[in-house]
Ligand binder design. Structure first.
Ligand SMILES: Cc1ncc(COP(=O)(O)O)c(C=O)c1O
Length: 417
């Protein structure tokens, strides 16, 4: 009897040992695999094997959702089993402690201090938190400056304030493609008025993939004491982000896109000096992942979020960005050869990113999207503004040159017919 009790206790303890040790071993194994790659081609082939994509699928839509690496999923499943063996002791014990360490990883990733970073579910919820906490600073007639290219996740919160507070939304009509940085700065400057209280821009434009010159814009907003809010859904995990250098007051992001974290993983940065003014209710008891104001969190998801950041660092932010950009350049050049397509994305490195969009002069974006998916197993995105009749392509570290070529040929074939 006593022996059976001992064995069942051991069985309960086993997954705990496995999950804790397996996590570190898995990351150091990845690190060894990366070091042992003979050349870049071999490295990216090896990285591709970390993902669970169906055979033959070309996933050119990380801008909507990235794919989480197998080793992160395996670690999460270990943590889930560990947790369910003794939920309370684990959530308020080892897994809870480990969850609190994730903010430090996120802070390093974004160039922030630990006491400026919050774990949230996604960009949309982070933007909602920011907007609601800014409401008390607004009077009817005050203006919120944004663009006509914002995603609903970064726009609905302002529409809510317009409806409920009588403030005014001013949208800059974005050119596509933008000519240069100076054109954007001029447009922002032209739309600022003495009533502008908030500027809210995406770091990477979800429609065209344009990278906004945030730092330069902050030189306009900060001296005027305008709140500078950024929707960074499309940047971390693709571009190297340093929120301090960008000069923003808040930065919201979705780690389940380019950072390849489990779905429902996001981050919110609030600049230290603004924390008196911007105080979202769920974080009034502190910035830790679990507090009296947050309530119970999805611990396993947060741990997977942290491991996705480790995965990213293991490869290196600079190397990931350069891979996304190089595939994106190749795709842009290749598709630009097609006489039925017009580029919406700027080409200058300081404005371009791993997202590229093209207007289709022939056929509708919806038709081409469907045929790419059904006939060629290629997943892209129809640009959310129908007036562009455009497709958007996201290139990430799991994509490759052959996929770019296959996609260019498939589009040629579809547009010829
Ligand atoms: C610029 C931008 N903001 C916000 C979102 C919404 O992201 P989430 O659903 O993760 O909140 C997206 C999603 O595509 C986006 O591109």
């Amino acid at each position: 009897m006593r022996r059976r009790g001992f064995l069942s206790n051991l069985a309960l303890a086993m997954p705990m040992v496995h999950a804790a040790d397996g996590f570190a071993a898995s990351i150091s194994e990845l690190s060894e695999l990366i070091k042992s790659a003979e050349n870049d081609k071999h490295l990216w082939q090896r990285i591709r094997q970390e993902f669970l994509f169906h055979t033959g699928l070309v996933h050119f839509n990380t801008g909507s959702l990235g794919a989480t690496p197998r080793r992160v999923l395996e670690a999460m499943s270990g943590w889930m089993y560990q947790l369910e063996g003794d939920p309370v002791s684990n959530v308020f014990g080892p897994l809870g402690y480990r969850m609190e360490q994730v903010r430090a990883k996120a802070a390093t990733l974004l160039g922030a201090s630990l006491d400026e970073i919050l774990i949230v579910e996604n960009t949309t919820s982070a933007m909602n938190h920011v907007a609601l906490s800014l409401a008390k600073h607004l009077k009817p007639g005050d203006e919120i400056l944004t663009t006509n290219h914002e995603h609903p996740g970064g726009a609905v919160c302002w529409e809510y304030l317009v409806k409920n507070l009588g403030v005014k939304l001013v949208q800059i009509p974005m050119p596509a493609p933008v000519k240069d940085q100076a054109q954007i700065i001029q447009l922002v400057s032209d739309h600022l008025t003495p009533r502008t209280r908030i500027c809210s821009f995406s770091h990477v434009d979800t429609i065209t993939g344009l990278q906004m010159p945030l730092k330069e814009i902050s030189l306009l907003t900060r001296p005027r004491e305008i709140f500078f809010v950024c929707d960074g859904a499309q940047a971390p995990g693709m571009l190297q982000v340093d929120v301090k250098k960008l000069g923003v007051d808040t930065y919201a992001s979705s780690s389940h896109k380019w950072l390849l974290a489990p779905k429902g993983s996001g981050l919110l940065f609030i600049r230290k000096e603004m924390q008196e003014k911007i105080q979202p209710l769920p974080f009034t008891s502190g910035y830790q992942a679990y507090t009296g104001a947050t309530g119970t969190r999805n611990v396993v998801n947060v741990l997977g979020h942290g491991m996705a950041i480790d995965f990213h660092h293991c490869i290196g932010s600079e190397r990931v960005e350069s891979r996304c950009r190089s595939l994106s350049n190749q795709l842009r050049n290749r598709l630009s050869e097609n006489p039925h397509m017009t580029l919406l994305t700027p080409t200058q490195p300081e404005l371009a990113t791993g997202l590229v969009s093209f207007t289709l002069k022939k056929s509708t974006a919806g038709e081409v999207y469907t045929r790419l998916q059904k006939e060629h197993n290629i997943l892209v995105k129809v640009v959310a503004k129908p007036e562009y009749n455009a497709l958007r392509f996201s290139t990430h570290l799991y994509n490759n040159e052959e996929e770019v070529e296959r996609t260019a040929k498939a589009i040629e074939l579809i547009l010829k017919s």
